[in-house]
Design a protein around this ligand. Structure first.
Ligand code: NAD
Length: 509
């Protein structure tokens, strides 16, 4: 199914202007840094990119603001985040419009992205009263041993196009509560939503009397990101994007002994066991594989199905794939919007060509849609591909809606296949067998940062820590105790006796 009508670029431009206007942003037109929409594939506005001097000034200002922000009591810092959360609630619909216009997400997913931002603000407000350190038993009489958590400094946030606002909020809400300041370099593909978020945070800062420079925005391409990576005043570089990017950023930050938090590519799989509830599995699989047009880091890319259920499952998936409504992401019936660019579509087609050359068989999907209506946009049918082995094409992350189907005979074999990829982000098993579920979640099971049972690989809640292992980079963001990455700990030994006793019974003097 295809909705054949798309909004025009003029309509999208007007809608972006209206949403930004409601938030308080006048589009800063007049430059050759283009805001673009994947809905039609055309340019919306020419903006001005930040240059090296802007980056230098932003880092300097954020560093100066840090010197006062770090001693502002944490619950007061939480008030800024609370106000930001209120403004996000007020402008949920405007922000979702911008997410759809720039990232092509369908309406309910765009609203979901903003909800995630609101949720992390609520979490970080609570966190601002819970930056707990521990008291540790000292081996010496009359001594107290304690752990204290302090703010880290300027956090450089580099983010990807596919969660253009939520990733910023995961980092920023937590970093601000922790006493850090933030310089944000969003994806070059999503400047408008970035201007909106930056403006709302500036409004929140004015409303609660916080320094404006607790947050600075830099629009631009990777060169601006590289400046954050190399500047020793940036204590933590939190970078979300491809493994290629992480491979460049990680060693550069490490070379100056800075800290990095890397959230990189995934190649997520689900195992479907013979006992699985297939109704539930089909729903979970289709959302995880075809939702967001396959452009989530947690998108389901590999399905490892027990041989006994492969035929009925594949039949149901094929039928579901054939019915997926593809087209205008603003149309409430659409489930699959556009890919970010025609370049992404070319990458997808090249992976399909290569996998077919190695024996892969397309079971459903793969045709381009709306090419006449919008030649510069990239609408495509999500694809199901049967493969006999996990070859090198299957082991790569292709950031598009391709789901490879493999079969297995024993759970041991399924787990081995599951883990035999370079990435380690998200994973799941569909089973009604508790023993199988527990094995999958155990140390000998999934090697990912996220492991689920009877639910797909995508759509995490903010309460848990988010991130993955191996080439996914090892970082953890969002909930649980991910906040510790944004702070430094100090161990304190306090002697309240009148004796100077040395540890390990050492005697001296
Ligand atoms: P990308 O790597 O092309 O770009 C991400 C960001 O990094 C952009 O802001 C870009 O300008 C910047 N950048 C690129 N090279 C850089 C460098 N050398 N130094 C500094 N900055 C640099 O990624 P993308 O296409 O925007 O996003 C898709 C990728 O992001 C996928 O691989 C996806 O899996 C991954 N992703 C991961 C997570 C996660 O949490 N693990 C979340 C979202 C997206």
């Amino acid at each position: 199914m295809t909705s054949n009508t798309l909004p025009t670029t003029d309509e999208l431009r007007a809608r972006a202007r209206t949403s930004l206007g409601a938030i308080g942003v006048t589009v800063p037109e007049g430059g050759d840094f283009h805001a673009r929409t994947p809905v039609t594939g055309e340019d919306l506005f020419g903006l001005k990119a930040s240059g090296a001097a802007d980056a230098e000034a932003a880092i300097g200002a954020a560093h100066t603001a840090f010197l006062t922000w770090r001693t502002t009591p944490a619950p007061r810092r939480g008030e800024l985040v609370r106000r930001l959360g209120e403004l996000l609630r007020e402008h949920k619909s405007d922000l979702a419009d911008l997410v759809t216009i720039e990232a092509g997400k369908i309406r309910s997913e765009a609203l979901g992205e903003v909800q995630e931002m609101i949720d992390i603000c609520d979490f970080a407000v609570g966190l601002s009263r819970q930056l707990y350190g521990r008291t540790i038993a000292s081996e010496r009489p009359g001594h107290r041993l304690a752990e204290t958590w302090h703010p880290l400094g300027v956090v450089g946030v580099v983010s990807a196009f596919n969660f253009p606002a939520a990733v910023w909020s995961w980092n920023t809400a937590v970093a601000l509560a922790c006493g850090d300041t933030v310089v944000w370099k969003p994806s070059e593909l999503t400047p408008l939503i970035s201007l909106a978020c930056d403006h709302l945070l500036a409004r929140a800062a004015d409303d609660v009397g916080a320094p404006r420079d607790v947050h600075r925005l830099l629009l631009g391409d990777r060169a601006v990101g590289e400046q954050l990576v190399d500047d020793p005043r940036v204590a933590l570089v939190s970078a979300t994007g491809s493994t290629r990017m992480g491979r460049e950023v990680g060693p550069r930050v490490a070379a100056r002994f800075g800290r990095s938090l890397l959230e990189l590519g995934g190649n997520n799989a689900a195992i479907v066991a013979p006992s699985a509830d297939l109704d539930l599995a089909v729903q979970g699989i289709v959302f995880a594989a075809a939702g967001t047009a396959g452009q989530r880091c947690t998108t389901l890319r590999r399905l490892i199905v027990h041989r006994d259920v492969a035929e009925p499952l594949v039949e149901r998936l094929t039928s579901a794939y054939r019915k997926l409504p593809i087209g205008d992401p603003f149309d409430e019936n659409t489930l699959v919007g556009p890919l970010i660019s025609t370049a992404a579509l070319e990458t997808m087609n090249s992976a399909l060509t290569r996998v077919q050359a190695q024996g892969g068989k397309i079971l459903a999907g793969g045709n381009r849609r709306l090419a006449e209506a919008a030649p510069q946009a990239a609408y495509t049918e999500p694809v199901l591909v049967r493969v006999d082995e996990q070859n090198e094409v299957v082991r790569e992350e292709t950031f598009a809606p391709i789901l490879y189907v493999l079969t297995y005979d024993t759970l041991e074999e399924a787990i081995a296949l599951h883990n035999d990829v370079p990435q380690g982000l998200s994973s799941s098993i569909f089973t009604r067998d508790q023993q199988e579920a527990e094995i999958f979640l155990s140390a000998a099971g999934s090697d990912c940062g996220i492991a689920n049972v009877n639910i797909g690989t995508s759509g995490a809640e903010i309460g848990g820590a988010f991130g993955g292992e191996k080439e996914t980079g090892g970082g953890r963001e969002s909930g649980s105790d991910a906040w510790k990455a944004y702070m430094r700990s100090a161990t304190n030994t306090i002697n309240y006796s009148s004796e100077l006793s040395l540890a390990q019974n050492v005697s001296f003097l």
